[in-house]
Design a binder for this molecule. Sequence first.
Ligand code: GDP
Length: 528
Amino acid sequence: MNYKESVKTRRTFAIISHPDAGKTTLTEKLLLFGGAIREAGTVKGRKNSKHAVSDWMEIEKQRGISVTSSVLEFEYDGYNVNILDTPGHQDFSEDTYRTLTAADSATMLIDAAKGVEAQTKKLFKVCRMRGIPIFTFMNKLDRQGRDPFELMEELEDLLGIRSYPMGWPIGMGQSFSGVYDRHEKKLELYNPKNPKDIDVIQLTGPDDPKLDEAINDEQLVAQFREEIELLDVAGDEYDAELIAKGELTPMFFGSAVSSFGVQTYLEHMLTLAPSPVPRESSKGMIDPLEHEKFSGFIFKIQANMNPAHRDRIAFLRITSGKFERGMTVKHVRIGKNMKLAQPTQLLAQSRSIVEEAYAGDILGLFDPGNLRIGDTLVEGDTFEFAEMPHFSPEHFSAISVKEALKHKSFEKGIHQLTEEGAIQLFKTYNRFAEQQIVGVVGVLQFEVLEQRLKSEYHVDIQLDRLPFTFARWVVGPAEAFEKFKKAQKNLVTDRDSRIVALFENEFQMRTAQEKYPELTFHENSFFK
Ligand code: GDP
């Protein structure tokens, strides 16, 4: 296979969902199809499970949850698939958002009984901002859930995205009988006694009498036919362009736990999802199909992968070209060459050494501390990819060191952790006594921070929770901005000295926005 063909077979995506929607289950099933694991249950350490695969940190072990995200890769039907796994727990972090910047598409997994939930909404917004295609998998159809039309409406109302059902369910919960594939006109029959045994019947269309034979429930079939007709008449048309822009989401129905509808979703998704997409850089768009020289950027840094070795792993998304083990690349920010000697691809616990990889793939680089989030590595021509955005933290604490003598180690430690992206560090603006403020997306990061400063830097810290829940990067014309800076309370600066306003609640935030209509309040630092 030549270079271009190798790139074209790559699919790199993330699954976004609210905790408990079934992401671990779906991921396991996908890996099973890919033959990457033999038995479900080995992907992520479940509560009380022995397979604590990515639960490598002490804190994760104690809580039985997974804080960090890893990368899973497998081959299926000629495709090289990379799943960027993001933590599904409530206490997720900015890492979750940042991981999405390395994905070319996303799959939004929704519990059909619950509909769109808080965390899905937040993650969706990030995908929207990037304009990547979003696929939807409505899960848990084996249980009574909400009406599919209602779910479609909810996507539109809460997320502002229209949907195109690729399949349509027949019944739900007790009466769940199968899913009809609108494109292939295939009927997959659900057998509750043995869900793995899926009968597939080729129909000529929804009116095919074979459907009546197969389902044998007049009312259910009549309802299904009515619904399909309604979809055909009143639903959105299939539009590949809108799908590519993330404005129309192809929707699938199934039951991850029964592996039902998963393969159909996987096959359609792989066909429709893009191969590695071009990315903006300081020298224009870098299209992996045109630019055959290696380039990539760091989207995540994970410390302590192996507590015995204290190593850090920097995750690099290859954006163009081919990686070969031992190659030398330029670290653009510091202007030095760097040898990529021992990168790993991370599938669960077995870290295998990678010999070669292509645009779309993710490498884990062992790093003694030279790499930062957002760093660009290139071969040949020098350019940099756009800076990695910061997202509004939701929890804030004033931070100080308990023993003044340890100040230096403290500064070094929080600097390091800020670079890894676990926390954001702010300074109070225009206040007599400067105070450092830590902001995190998930509250668990405070504990991680405390523990890591203690174990790695031998520093005890004092964290005092502050009542803020929103941070907004404020910009605007000079006059209004000066007025705002003088009058507004609770201003801080970020590490690039940009002005950020902190608010306790939406009401406060709206009041400020109404008072200063000329100013823009950005939800993340992803603005020019
Ligand atoms: P995560 O938090 O999103 O990773 O969710 P899990 O994969 O851990 O699933 C949460 C719970 O939902 C578990 O008890 C699963 O067994 C269950 N679950 C997942 N998929 C399905 C499904 O299709 N049907 C039903 N009934 N339960 C499911």
